[in-house]
Design a protein around this ligand. Sequence first.
Ligand SMILES: [Fe+2]
Ligand SMILES: [Fe+2]
Length: 400
Amino acid sequence: MPLSERLIRRLPAPVRSQLDDWRQAVDVFVQVRDPKVLRSLAPSGVRGLLLRRGKQGQPTRVRAAHHAHFDWAYPHDHPEMAELYRRAKLGQWDSDDLPWHLDVDPLNPESPLLYDGFFNVDILKDMGVHLTEDEGRRLTHAVAAWMLSQFLHGEQGALFAAAQVTEAVQFFDGKLYGATQVVDEARHVEVFLRYLESKLNKLYQINDNLFVIIDALMADARWDMKFLGMQIMVEGLALGAFGTMYQSTSEPLLRALLANVIQDEARHVHYGVVALRDHVRTALSEAERREREDWAFEVALLMRNRFMVYELYEEWFEGLLTRDQWRQVVLASPGMEQFRTVMFNRLVPNLRAIGLMSERIQPAYAEAGLMRYFDGAAADALNGEQMLAELDAAPAAAAK
Ligand SMILES: [Fe+2]
Ligand SMILES: [Fe+2]
């Protein structure tokens, strides 16, 4: 073992964690190849990964720099967005109608929040950490609470991004549609928070990498970058993640909640694809298109590689396992693997549909193992009912 490693091992666990955090942050920066992408992500990277602004217990203020776009002629300029607006009005639902009266016992093996084996406890055993059956159930509860907490934080980002995009977008039909999305996202914040507070009694802080992405797109002045960041990347990944959880849980309230949220999100991603498709193909120069293509790829990797559930590590295993060992545990967990990969079955076809998967970038996606999603249906060809039907038809790994 090199001397530096030996020295690090002698440090107290929280200091070791901090050092590992910094090393990971440097890794992120070193891996970004396009200097423009690096410039756009770096300030948020410093705030999120080094200063850990999301974890200070203080509200975060991000300066928004976009222009609000007014149009006093009120053009009927986009029939497909007008149709989405009409569907969004009809698709509104009242969060109070969900079966909140149901008792949720996160430790009840009869209706597990996540299937047995979602999280790999055997590998923990190999590393000398033995969990009792009860501890195993409590860990599953913690994993579910961690995932739902990240959904909640993502929804707060979506709420503000939807509001910003509604101001900034130039399509008037898009502005009316956008207003419905703002309401949808408020409802999503409400239901995830209510579920966490009243049923799981647990709320985790925002993951540092999620903070970086939200911070970066809030501050970006370019509306299409906000669109790309929120409507395609975060929403697309969220859709996949919601789908995984929907398939993984047999807790009826959570299933009902996720089914409703998935149908809203299907409209949001559809809007993102429609709005960006023509813009990318006709309004951007090739250099601008390439920058967005690289940005999307870097953010996709950030989301795939960096969600290492450290918040749980710090609570459960700091001092028992090294962070390296913890990463192995997470990477070897069937549920986490499914969570990471299923996220991309929506995202990749959408990037293809809007023109950000040119032959230039495809080898990079292939190397990351993501090209298998390339031929899937994009969001403009799928509605929420079809997505739910697909999820119901393909049971989760555990049920197979
Ligand atoms: Fe949402
Ligand atoms: Fe959304």
